[in-house]
Design a protein around this ligand. Sequence first.
Ligand code: DX5
Ligand code: ZN
Length: 237
Amino acid sequence: MFIVSPSVLASDFSQLGAEIKRVEKAGASYVHLDIMDGHFVPNISFGAPVVASARKKTSIIFDVHLMITNPKRYVDDFLRAGADIITFHYESDDEPSDVIQYIKSKEARVGMAIKPATPAEAVYPFLEALDMVLVMTVEPGFGGQKIIPETIEKVRAIRTYANERGIKIDVQVDGGINNDNLKLATEAGANVIVAGSAVFNAPRAKDVIDKMKKTAELYPFGSGLEERFEKGKVRRI
Ligand code: DX5
Ligand code: ZN
């Protein structure tokens, strides 16, 4: 299933609940929550208390992207705040398999992200254990950047590797994605699309999301995991 996950980093934080509702009505299935600690990335965004406040306003799936050092230590905080999917970075200093097992032990969905300089091969040993791989298409830290087109080849490599082994997985792209370049990502095998400025800064979010869905129809990479994300079936601690 193709999913649009608007990143609230580009939203009006003073109206966060309403902003999430707005993109939900416009056809988003997830919202992407970028957590930055000023250490793993050179920027600070927001933490679990903000996620918990937003959770009170919506039941949409919260796709939490941890750009932080020691992600394992904060998993419980974000799950308690209402995260449904937790994605951590392969490059963070925790052992990836430990973080994966920990998140899974809490019955949450787990994703692993790689920065532009990290090769696709880095994720291969973990694919079977993961629900999602996030291929960063910009350097993490800031919204509103331009896509680094070379990163798309990693999407293709990961999707091909997974398909050849019958591994069902979501492949997410994040950073600088808009309707001018989306086709590159979906054609390569991405099926979960993060879009911050392209959705939140548009005059009508629905137009952007509708167009994204149309593009995706040309390259339907079903993950097979979608039924686990059906509303109401997502388990939280
Ligand atoms: C970058 C974040 C992205 C970003 C996406 O570090 O992980 O989620 O906010 O925003 P746009 O789509 O504006 O690049
Ligand atoms: Zn992100």
